[in-house]
Design a protein around this ligand. Structure first.
Ligand code: PGA
Length: 250
């Protein structure tokens, strides 16, 4: 059984005060033993604060994106080595907001994934279709293409140290969660795709679901065979809401 991971993507939200009270709440509320890993993804300026609070705890943390270059003239970007300086374990790559608002192509995402992995970070590769693509019946070909870009560059073995997050774009921040059946179907497609390349990696791979996960729908999602956790946006900004998702794990 793969251990469930509940990951909180704070996006561009927070303040020093909010980060401190949120993390205090999470530490306080996650003392009981449960078969679940937790991680938070704060905006870059709060990484130092997060490291200070969480070091030595069971909660891990990561960056929301990473630049593929090691250093240089890339104003506004952050290198993998910088994330490692703040003891990040994970980094999100290819979140749909990075793809749609900041124009990251499959190729860019693949480069970011490769750089993260090479530096020793564990990338969380985000994939997912838009509403139009779902209605057009091309969900699997879109998700397949997004995965292929990374598989072609880094190879299936790279997923020994990586995570996939399936996030249908139409479910992100909309309050419209994919049904557990809809999510499970795409998760099974993803796992089968990996299984065709390497059965062991496919069996170990954690595939998270993201898109309006909350305390009421989490248990039903996590109960599905191929759903190994959640990438949570809105509901990760309040300790109580995020803990409700964690506590939905048996
Ligand atoms: P949401 O965001 O939970 O607010 O829908 C999920 C995500 O973007 O990772």
């Amino acid at each position: 059984m793969r251990k469930i991971l509940v990951a909180g993507n704070w996006k561009m939200n927070g303040s020093k005060a909010m980060v401190n009270s949120l993390l205090d709440g999470l530490l306080e509320g996650s003392r009981d033993e449960r078969n679940v890993d937790m991680a938070v993804f704060p905006p870059f300026p709060y990484l130092a604060e997060v490291q200070k609070k969480l070091e030595g705890s069971e909660i891990a943390w990561g960056g929301q994106t990473v630049n593929p270059q090691e250093k240089g003239a890339h104003t506004g970007e952050v290198a993998a080595s910088m994330l490692l300086d703040f003891a990040c374990r994970y980094v999100l790559v290819g979140h749909s907001e990075r793809r749609s608002i900041y124009g990251e192509s499959d190729e860019d995402v693949a480069k970011r994934f490769a750089a993260a992995l090479e530096a020793g970070l564990e990338p969380v590769l985000c994939v997912g279709e838009t509403l139009e693509e779902r209605e057009g019946g091309i969900t699997e070909s879109v998700v397949g293409r997004q995965l292929d870009a990374v598989l072609e560059r880094s190879g299936v073995k790279s997923f020994e140290n990586a995570i996939v997050a399936y996030e249908p774009v139409w479910a992100i921040g909309t309050g419209k969660t994919a049904s557990p059946e809809q999510a499970q179907a795409v998760h099974a497609f993803i796992r089968d795709k990996f299984a065709a390349l390497d059965a062991i990696i496919a069996g170990q791979l954690r595939i998270l679901y993201g898109g309006s996960v909350n305390g009421s729908n989490a248990a039903d999602l996590f109960a599905r065979e191929d759903i190994d956790g959640g990438l949570v946006g809105g509901a990760s900004l309040k300790a109580e809401d995020f803990l409700a998702i964690r506590n939905a794990v048996d």
